[in-house]
Design a binder for this molecule. Structure first.
Ligand code: PEP
Ligand code: MG
Length: 573
């Protein structure tokens, strides 16, 4: 009763709800064999599991539009469950190899997926993934360890899980999910970024012992204080209700500055843009006083898509975003696939170090058809309004040259098809020390630069951003990061161009004055954090900010830097 667990709060808020514990991945002995007398019963177990799983598809399908990616995926899975070839193969594995039903399902689905994935065809490889995922659910069904049906929730619920991929997060039906607690997960992991964008209070790397919890027990997730209260006492409930009321009052107070011009005390205008991952985020940013999109993470729109959209479909989606923005800046980043962002529709080869592997622009350049269809769609959209195009993970001028050649090819292709296209501004996301150090050689080819501090920190510190223990020891607000940021800002300004920041550091109000003082021109951050950063911009005087930056850049240690910022933040209050 009344226990407290701690974690890393990744989005503000206090949530009251019931615990729903997501079971960990199923573990079983794949070498188990059965006696001949048990095999008929296993065939029946398998047939029952297929039937029960298929029955659950009806209500699920009813929730999605018939041509939605989710409905397509469910239809395909249903076909497999009812396919004679599939059920025949599992029954044969049971009878000839003497396997228990769940081991037979594991074996057949794995074999089938391996065959598809060996064909070097992205579409078939994706179907292989679908089969594996279906196999997992069948195995759970057989072992009586089904995943809870999140669509059937009727009360406010806080999800407890070990970890969650960005794709799993985007598939969550958020109506009754009021909070998320992961026992793993890093502060700048993409799941954390998605939770923040959705405004769902979340606690990552929580030191929770699952034995402390039962499904349905009362929880209070205080992401502001980075705590999870388990079976809270009436007194704690009252106290946290009061904290929630204060938190909401603060949100209302922040609403008061939403429509003010975003400028420093001495009148320097500071564009405040938002990072978005789907069309709906655009409505949220407009409602939170955002002045446009500083980063559209296009890959987030596709995490759970059953197939990748063609050029025309992409064109329609991006055009819809542009229209919603009604002339405000629209900065689109081309697909940043890889590392912790896997797309259901693509089979990414396993890599020992995915963050150092074929990700970002490397992936796009090595899959020209995919890249070109996105470039053509974006060039066409640029014909209808202001589009800024930026490229992830460019490290050196040779990569930028290759990108520009691809763009030229796409223009030629559109000309041949007699389709109109525009001339988007071109930029890169500086995400590696190499990009910062090579910036001078790339700037002549660019119109703007955006600093991606999430990856820049990861690659400068050699600290995996998804590993929570490392996030605290290697924060983005650190002496080496400040030096690299300053290098980028000065080099870009020397060319007369503007610099934005789209990494999570841009959303940290404690860093706002410092970044302004270092010369940052624009901020782009999660829509849910816009007003807090705006508040800091409004109270900052550029003379103080420049002095602060001078002092901060001289700091050699983390503690020195923190004290330096603490003094000035107090002075600003
Ligand atoms: C970054 O790396 O800072 C960034 C904005 O890109 P992402 O978080 O999508 O990797
Ligand atoms: Mg990045």
């Amino acid at each position: 009763m009344g226990q407290i667990a701690h974690g890393i709060g990744v989005s503000a808020g206090i949530a009251f709800g019931e615990a729903l514990i997501m079971p960990p991945a199923v573990d079983f002995d794949a070498n188990q064999r059965l006696g001949a007398s048990q095999l008929d019963a296993q065939q029946q177990v398998f047939a029952d599991a297929c039937e029960q799983l298929a029955e659950g598809f009806g209500p699920l399908l009813a929730q999605f539009a018939p041509d939605s990616p989710q409905a397509q995926l469910l239809d395909a899975e249903l076909m497999i469950l009812q396919d004679d070839e599939f059920t025949g193969a599992v029954n044969q594995a049971i009878t000839t190899l003497h396997l228990p039903a769940h081991v037979a399902v594991h074996r057949v689905t794995q074999q089938h997926a391996d065959e598809l994935q060996a064909m070097d065809d992205d579409y078939l490889a994706a179907r292989g993934n679908d089969i594996l995922s279906l196999g997992q659910r069948l195995i759970r069904q057989i072992l009586g360890e089904q995943l809870p049906d999140l669509h059937a929730l009727t009360t406010d619920t806080i999800i407890i899980a070990e970890d969650m991929t960005p794709a799993e997060f985007t598939a969550l039906p958020l109506t009754h999910i009021v909070g998320l607690v992961l026992t793993q997960g890093g502060l700048t992991s993409h799941t954390a970024i998605l939770a923040r964008a959705a405004g769902i209070p979340a606690l990552l790397n929580c030191d929770l012992d699952r034995q402390q919890l039962t499904n349905g027990c009362g929880l209070i997730l205080n992401a502001n204080a980075q705590t999870l209260h388990i079976d809270p006492s009436a007194q704690t409930v009252e106290r946290l209700k009061a904290s929630l009321a204060e938190f909401l009052a603060r949100q209302t107070e922040l609403e008061g500055i939403r429509d003010l011009p975003c400028q420093t005390r001495d009148g320097q205008a500071v564009p405040l843009l938002a990072n978005v991952g789907c069309e709906a985020d655009i409505d949220q940013l407009l409602g939170s006083g955002g002045e446009g999109v500083g980063l559209l993470r296009t890959e987030l729109m596709l995490l759970n898509a059953a197939t990748l959209p063609d050029e025309d479909t992409q064109y329609k989606v991006y055009l819809d975003c542009l229209r919603r923005l009604d002339g405000k800046p629209f900065t689109v980043r081309t697909l940043d696939i890889g590392a912790d962002k896997a797309l259901a529709a693509l089979k990414l080869p396993a890599e020992a170090n995915p963050a150092l592997g074929n990700r970002g622009i490397r992936y796009s350049l090595s899959h020209p058809d995919l890249f070109r269809s996105q470039l053509r769609a974006l060039l066409r959209v640029a014909n209808h309004g202001p589009v800024k195009l930026m490229f992830p993970m460019i490290n050196q001028p040779e990569e930028l040259d290759a990108v520009l050649q691809e763009l030229e090819l796409c223009r030629q292709h559109l000309l041949e098809r007699e389709l109109g296209f525009g001339d988007p501004a071109l930029g890169i996301v500086v995400e590696t020390p190499a990009a910062a150090l090579n910036l001078d050689s790339m700037l002549p080819l660019l119109d703007f630069v955006s600093i991606g501090t999430n990856d820049l920190t990861q690659y400068t510190m050699a600290a995996d951003r998804t590993v929570p223990e490392l996030t605290r020891t290697f924060p983005a607000l650190s002496p080496p990061l400040l030096k690299l940021i300053k290098l980028c800002i000065d080099a870009t300004h020397a060319r007369g161009l503007r610099v934005s920041m789209c990494g999570e550091l841009a959303g940290n109000p404690a860093a706002t004055a410092l970044l302004l003082g270092m010369g940052l021109d624009e901020f782009s951050l999660s829509p849910s954090g816009l007003l807090e950063v705006k508040e800091q911009i409004l109270i900052t005087h550029m003379t103080d900010a420049r002095l602060l930056a001078q002092k901060a850049l001289k700091c050699q240690r983390l503690d020195e830097l923190h004290s330096c910022l603490a003094t000035v933040n107090c002075a600003a209050d």
